[in-house]
Ligand binder design. Structure first.
Ligand code: WT7
Length: 701
């Protein structure tokens, strides 16, 4: 095995620098952030007071006295002394001016069901009635936790805002997660109440969802947490759409109970700025999930500020964030951020391609959506299944967002040209569940765009790239390392629920040299992503640091390999995984899915190898290229690389119960294993450590 000595943090980088795109003049003219002095206002010398500008977007019951308290570092406290209520800020205060404006426009998945516009007045009513029910029927009070396991229906934000009204901490578990996953989170947060739904539509089917509640309660009980009440919203009010029996004395239909609370008004509880607003568990299949605890004042200020300047939301816009509220993106950029700004926020129940890949563009056309926000996985899916659909519909976006993983420049360009019709500005926003809101992004009216780069840090964020020893990688050098944020910001989570040690050890211990320091400069936040900063100051995110394939000492980023594969015309999706190799340590294997209508063909495989050869180098040439019908994906759309890594190495693909398409695993496994056996590639027995490495590869949590 040839040895190239590299630091663990350093990933070999072969990306070519992309050319720039410029924000359209029409966008610049109307942008919220149009004063060039804004960067100066958020310059490091003005930290932390600069964030007053975000906090001032909110209505406070009591103004704060200390902007940032670092006395218990790294447990930062923002806007100390201040009091406010999140539900009041997202609903009540808009009534005077926007009573009759839609807060949400909800689009059911079946196209023959009617779209629902919920005005701020109607939202106010629903939130108050639900708050009354939670308080008086369930006995919930300030500081209690309640677990929500709700799909993309208006009852979800209504329930969240009802909790916020009472200072009850909500913990929404993504609707697509299993009952067992929900149960673990109920136990961890010690919730006594579960709020769920009987059924919801997905891909044309009315799925039984209540069935998961029974499983969740069993798991929670095994872990020591007993749930007193299960509240069940009905997907079709008045009808129970689940085959699962109701448990007497435990299960209650929300729609029925609510009748007793018609017209009830609940005074919003004035909460300290540092009171927790909600928990958001980072999805996990192996390690125990972490409950990221987000604050009321800091979080709400941060999502309001970034929604205003980076999403460019004005009250008159129709804003559609095509994500699930069960993820942090939905909490911050479907519910709290947009509603704090009195926006009209579109919610869609179902899958992007139901009943056909023109659906999103029909919704956009019909509702007059002008701001569109989604993830690369959705963009790739729509590009794969309906590359020419957008032009059939008459909608116009001024602004589009991509979030969740690095976007391949090829895919970015399709998004810009085909979806955005060359007239929208794009922001590529890098951040994490733990962060509350954006960390890197171009400022849409000011910065040129560079496909595949998140761009400069957002206002008030000062990142750095560190090597394994904690030395700064020279700024603008294009060298990879671990991206860290040097300073606290109002949106950062407060702790891991119930496990402050894990909070410190996972995110801060790595680069902290003085444990007792109360100076924020001693506590860089370790994000766990590899990144580089180009000469122009733009950050390019290379993916999780544990997603790297080490070929003969060269640390190759999976994203870079996948991006090279995507330059081949025929390719719709690509995933790179390591295979244990006795000469090179690890070799690369590529899995690819083709655009529709194309048949697997040796020539396409060769083109992929040639593209990787050319763009990255011979060292990265894949040992095998496997053309597969689809990638194993989580319900959030992330490719589960560990599953195909398991197949490539003849080990178990591991737990596949959280996949959206578990059936694909057997198909891929059969194909790959039989081809490998045919060509004499049966591997030796793997060591325990090798097996562990494959099992943990490309973890999505
Ligand atoms: C991880 C966090 C933040 C909401 C959705 C994901 C990756 C996120 C980008 C981006 C490159 C990105 C990172 C990060 N990621 N956005 N624009 N470019 N990578 O939240 O599930 O907590 O995942 O997603 O690797 O660490 P999450």
């Amino acid at each position: 095995m040839s040895e190239v000595q590299v630091s663990e943090a350093e990933i070999a980088v072969h990306w070519q620098e992309e050319g720039y795109f410029y924000p359209p003049a029409k966008f610049i003219g109307q942008a919220n952030a149009n004063d060039p002095a804004i960067r100066e206002r958020f310059a490091e010398k003005n930290f932390p007071e600069c964030f007053k500008e975000y906090a001032d977007l909110l209505t406070w019951d009591k103004y704060w006295h200390t902007t940032l308290d670092t006395s218990k570092a790294p447990f930062w406290k923002w806007f100390v002394g201040g009091k406010l209520n999140a539900s009041f800020n997202c609903v009540d205060r808009h009534l005077a001016k926007y009573r009759n404006k839609a807060a949400f426009v909800w689009v059911p998945e079946p196209e023959d069901q009617v779209t629902q516009a919920i005005t701020y007045q109607e939202l106010y009513r629903r939130v108050n009635e639900m708050a009354a029910l939670l308080r008086d029927y369930c006995g919930l009070k300030t500081g209690d936790r309640v677990t929500l396991h709700l799909p993309m229906v208006p009852d979800l934000p209504v329930t969240m805002l009802a909790c916020a009204r009472l200072g009850v901490i909500h913990s929404e578990v993504f609707g697509g997660f299993s009952g067992a996953a929900c149960g673990g989170r109920i136990a961890d947060s010690q919730s006594k109440i579960l709020i769920t739904m009987d059924a919801y539509y997905r891909n044309g089917e009315l799925l039984d969802h209540k069935v998961k509640a029974d499983e969740a309660l069993a798991v929670a009980e095994k872990e020591g947490q007993k749930v007193d009440k299960v509240l069940i919203w009905q997907r079709h009010a008045g009808t129970y759409s689940s085959k699962t029996p109701m448990v007497k004395g435990r299960d209650f239909i929300v729609n029925d109970v609510l009748q007793e609370y018609k017209g009830k008004i609940v005074e919003p509880v004035s909460m300290p700025a540092e009171a927790p607003l909600f928990l958001m568990y980072t999805s996990g299949t192996t390690a125990k999930p972490k409950g990221a605890q987000h604050s009321t004042g800091g979080y709400l200020s941060y999502v309001a500020g970034t929604s205003k300047y980076y999403q460019d939301i004005h009250p008159e816009d129709t804003y559609w964030c095509f994500a699930d509220i069960g993820w942090i993106t939905g909490h911050s950029y479907i519910v709290y951020g947009p509603l704090a700004l009195a926006a009209t926020s579109v919610m869609y129940e179902g899958v992007p391609t139901y009943p056909d890949p023109g659906r999103p563009w029909r919704i956009a056309e019909r509702l007059g959506v002008n701001i569109f926000h989604t993830a690369p996985t959705t963009i790739r899916m729509l590009r794969k299944l309906g590359p020419d659909e957008p032009k059939k519909y008459n909608y116009h976006f001024k602004h589009m967002t991509t979030v969740g993983e690095p976007i391949e420049p090829e895919v970015w360009r399709w998004y810009h040209h085909s979806v955005g019709k060359d007239e929208a500005v794009i922001v590529d926003t890098w951040w994490q569940t733990e962060n509350g809101g954006f960390l890197c992004s171009t400022l849409p009216a000011f910065d040129k765009m560079k496909p595949g780069s998140a761009g400069p840090p957002v206002l008030g964020i000062y990142p750095t790239i560190l090597d394994e020893q904690g030395n700064e990688v020279p700024r603008g050098s294009g060298k990879a390392g671990n991206i860290c944020i040097r300073n606290p910001w109002p949106g950062i989570f407060q702790t891991v629920w119930g496990d402050p040690d894990r909070f410190v050890s996972t995110y801060y211990a790595k680069y902290n040299k003085k444990k007792d320091s109360t100076d924020w400069r001693d506590w860089p936040y370790f994000a766990g992503d590899g990144a580089l900063q180009a000469e122009d100051g733009y950050f390019r995110i290379l993916g999780r640091v544990d997603d790297v394939i080490n070929v003969a000492g060269h640390r190759l980023g999976t994203k870079e390999l996948e991006s090279a594969a995507l330059t081949v015309d025929e390719i719709a999706e690509a995933a790179a995984v390591p295979v244990i190799d006795d000469t090179r340590g690890r070799a690369v294997e590529m899995y690819i899915a083709l655009k529709p209508g194309l048949k697997p063909d040796k020539q396409i495989e060769d083109k992929v190898s040639a593209a990787i050869d050319k763009l990255i180098g011979k060292i990265a040439r894949p040992k095998n290229v496997w053309i597969v019908p689809d990638m194993p994906k989580t319900r959030s759309g992330k490719i589960m690389r560990r599953v195909i890594a398991g197949i490539s190495n003849f080990t178990s693909p591991g737990d596949i119960t959280t996949l959206a398409n578990p059936e694909i695993v057997e198909t891929i496994k059969h194909h790959v294993e039989s081809e490998k056996v045919k060509s004499g590639q049966t591997p030796r027995e793997l060591s325990q450590a090798e097996m562990e490495e494959i099992k943990a590869f490309g973890r999505v949590e």
